[in-house]
Write a protein that binds this ligand. Structure first.
Ligand SMILES: [Zn+2]
Ligand SMILES: [Zn+2]
Length: 252
């Protein structure tokens, strides 16, 4: 379900193109079109963009298709098999423009874009950010880090840390092995796929603290769950999750 988007983000400004293209006109966050205001989407991208708004699962942030009355309702999957993290928050759905935004961040050095995307994360993740002692990015395996030369979860965590004054523990989690692609796997398979793939370090620092895990995309909750397990094993009091994009339904 695509919900109304006009909830105060004020993103769209159509541009009288050419008028303001004096010095490096701002670009749409998702495509190369010029926009009036830095950190906004062009009208076309905005039309294919979905902010995640309530109601969504209180635990994994999966948007509900139907109206839900309870404030802290939980989806069937979380009810059956509760993830190790406490709450996840996501800004927009990983579809159409949302997907372009993430891919752009992943493959191009759009550090300028990250600063703007982080403002949305601050808004959508206000509750989990308020309680966080540390921000911890989901680590990329070194091989992928090398291929991509670029770690978007660390980029987001650092930008978020600057914006909120929350300390970032970039090395609190390490990948102990590469995980095969999660594509085409169901929830249980994904969970097995990443089980034990992360190890937490910095025990003395995270012991008894609330950790906020940062990533760009959450597909199922499998990766966040594996990271949360590692952090809790290392003594963290609680783990929440804040991501940019959430895949709206498994396999979608
Ligand atoms: Zn655009
Ligand atoms: Zn859920």
């Amino acid at each position: 379900m695509h919900l109304a988007l006009s909830n105060g983000y004020g993103l769209v400004r159509r541009l009288g193109r050419g008028l303001l293209d004096v010095v490096l006109p701002p670009q749409c966050l998702a495509c190369d079109a010029s926009v009036n205001e830095p950190g906004s989407l062009c009208a076309q991208c905005f039309g294919q963009f979905t902010f995640i708004t309530r109601p969504f699962c209180h635990v994994c942030c999966l948007p509900f298709e139907t109206a839900v009355i309870e404030d802290e309702a939980i989806c069937g999957a979380c009810m059956k098999d509760r993830p190790a993290f406490r709450r996840a928050r996501a800004v927009f759905t990983y579809r159409e423009t949302g997907r372009s935004l993430v891919l752009k961040l992943k493959h191009a050095a759009r550090t300028d874009a990250a600063a703007h995307l982080v403002k949305w994360m601050q808004r959508q993740g206000a509750d989990v950010l308020a309680e966080a002692d540390y921000l911890v990015p989901v680590p990329l395996h070194w091989r992928r880090l090398w291929l991509r030369t670029y770690n978007q979860s660390a980029l987001l965590a650092n930008a978020l840390g600057r914006a909120t004054q929350k300390p970032v523990l970039a090395d609190a989690l390490v990948r102990t092995r590469p995980t095969p692609s999660q594509g085409g796997l169901d929830r249980a398979q994904r969970r097995r796929n990443v089980a034990g793939a992360f190890r937490a370090q910095r025990q003395a620092v995270i012991k008894g603290k609330t950790v906020l895990l940062i990533d760009d995309v959450m597909t199922t909750s499998a990766t966040a769950d594996a990271c949360a397990r590692a952090l809790l094993r290392a003594g963290a009091a609680a783990v929440d999750v804040l991501v940019l994009a959430r895949v709206p339904a498994p396999g979608n």
